[in-house]
Design a binder for this molecule. Structure first.
Ligand code: FES
Length: 107
């Protein structure tokens, strides 16, 4: 199991258990987390899975994938250096305990 904590814009924290290979987006959708829409299903054709990786996890989560930068330009909320498309963060054992923050809105 890989534990992921989603922190909503209002500060509400929800902890979920995922499996290696899940994405941060797919886990959120499967468990009904508000704040992640994932309109394109993870094919990097929207930015409705925008999240901010907690600063303590930025290095472990790794850099953005090819193309992520361009897609983030259409994100509804401010894009920062910690912004990622959550569909592009695949869970591994190394990410057990990951914390991501959700933007105020996705569309
Ligand atoms: S779900 Fe569309 S880019 Fe991530």
């Amino acid at each position: 199991m890989v534990k992921v904590t989603y922190v909503a814009h209002d500060g509400t924290r929800t902890e979920l258990d995922g499996d290696p290979g899940d994405s941060v987006m797919s886990l959120a959708i499967a468990q009904g987390i508000d704040g992640i829409v994932g309109e394109c299903g993870g094919s990097m054709m929207c930015a409705t899975c925008h999240c901010y990786v907690d600063e303590d996890w930025a290095e472990t989560a790794g850099p953005r994938m090819d193309g992520e930068e361009d897609m983030l330009e259409s994100a509804a909320c401010e894009v920062t250096e910690r912004s990622r498309l959550s569909c592009q963060i695949k869970l591994t054992e190394a990410l057990d305990g990951l914390v991501v923050h959700l933007p105020e809105e996705q569309v």
